[in-house]
Design a protein. Sequence first.
Length: 323
Amino acid sequence: MISPSDLKTILHSKRANIYYLQYCRVLVNGGRVEYVTDQGKESLYWNIPIANTTVVMLGTGTSITQAAMREFARAGVLVGFCGGGGTPLYAANEVDIEVSWLSPQSEYRPTEYLQNWIRFWFDEPLRLQAAKQFQQVRLKQIAKHWSGSKMQRETAFPLEHAALQALLDRAAEEMERAETHNQLMLQEAWLTKALYKLVSRTVGYGDFTRAKRGGGTDMANRFLDHGNYLAYGLGAVATWVTGIPHGLAVMHGKTRRGGLVFDVADLVKDALVMPQAFIAAMAGEEEQAFRQRCINGFQQGEALDLMIATLQQTANTLAKAAP
């Protein structure tokens, strides 16, 4: 028998796998969690290495057994039910229909970070400071990954580095001057639109308008949705690992009950998803190829490590400043 503690020996921040499954059954077979696909009269069984998995997204035409959910919970794997192509997400809990996850149940996880988070969270100036810290991490990640050696070797992404740095410098300055959450969110919205414009110009995509939910037939929008939901999955894992409820957001709290997941995902969405969405759209890639792009980027960029560390550092630092 394998004990739950044995299954959790791989830290969540070091796990390699994110699964999106469709048209299959997830079950326990011979003590292993597997997904089953049907080809004619044959059933093919594929192993899911749960101890090295962070998130499983169940798409169209999927089912899962109680035994499989038990094993996912023992290994600390978050499960989300979603539509085709990974969006939108559905799940039977009360967080938020856009980012709902079935979290593993555990009554013995440490509460250190939750207690520190609560110490500062009810103080609005400190909550604003936390939001600014998140945005500064976000800006550093964009600069690091868009101007990194990997993207410089990407011939489909001839970035104007001076233009990017000018955008980031202005955003950092204006965000630091923001005196309210509304002012900070206005600057965040301006930056996002400016980044979309820069990326679409860089890859020669033409006119681009970010569509709400679904993206229609525009491939860049569809890939953005898909990649962002993968980032939300990692964000949900990070908040579960640190034990901080999704409703204790620092940026999106007034509009999203699951706002903290959005806040955490924002640390890497622009840096790791946005360029790849436009590159993949221009290359005419299929969703599976784009999804692998994103997962590779998250692994190489140590996205989950960054999310967890940012939550921990924010909780510990601002708790000391709380009255």
